[in-house]
Design a protein around this ligand. Structure first.
Ligand code: CU
Length: 157
């Protein structure tokens, strides 16, 4: 069977559109959530798992949300028995790699809350990638206690 030029063009189009689609879904944000806090607290933390589904390295250089003045990427480290938060300007994701932002480790520090946020709310956030791409998603506001895995687990050890 011979493939006609039209069919070939058709195949090419399908391949191209799949390629574009794959690039758009290269980074995936899983289970994004924000720890609920009393109204007086203006600084909150967001957690999630970010997966790189592409064959090339990607990086996250920041995030923003209309509900906060600014968002920083932090990592919690223990130094001399004290927890300290270090600002990160870039998080690298290896090809097919993933990174967990979870209580006690990497987190997004949400600074300068502009409106009240309650449990069950969904907060618009956008990840800013090193290549300039932007990835919008919604984070669910919930109590840290409901987290199946996280810092509460340490009490069981
Ligand atoms: Cu922090």
């Amino acid at each position: 069977m011979k493939l006609s030029a039209t069919m070939l063009a058709g195949f090419l189009c399908v391949m191209l559109s799949q390629q574009l689609w794959a690039d758009e879904g290269a980074l995936e944000v899983k289970d994004p959530w924000i720890r609920a806090a009393p109204p007086v607290v203006k600084v909150l933390a967001a957690y999630m798992t970010i997966e790189n589904n592409s064959d090339k390295g990607l990086s996250v250089v920041g995030a923003e949300s209309p509900l906060f003045e600014r968002i920083e990427i932090h990592n919690t480290v223990i130094e001399e028995g004290l927890a300290r938060m270090l600002r990160q300007h870039r998080i690298d994701l290896a090809p097919r790699g993933s990174i967990a932002f979870s209580p006690g480790g990497y987190h997004f520090m949400l600074l300068g809350r502009k409106e009240s946020i309650e449990k069950g709310d969904r907060v618009e956030m956008t990840l800013i990638l090193g290549n300039g791409d932007r990835l919008p998603f919604e984070a669910l506001v919930r109590s840290g206690m409901e987290m199946p895995q996280g810092e509460m687990d340490h009490s069981h050890h």
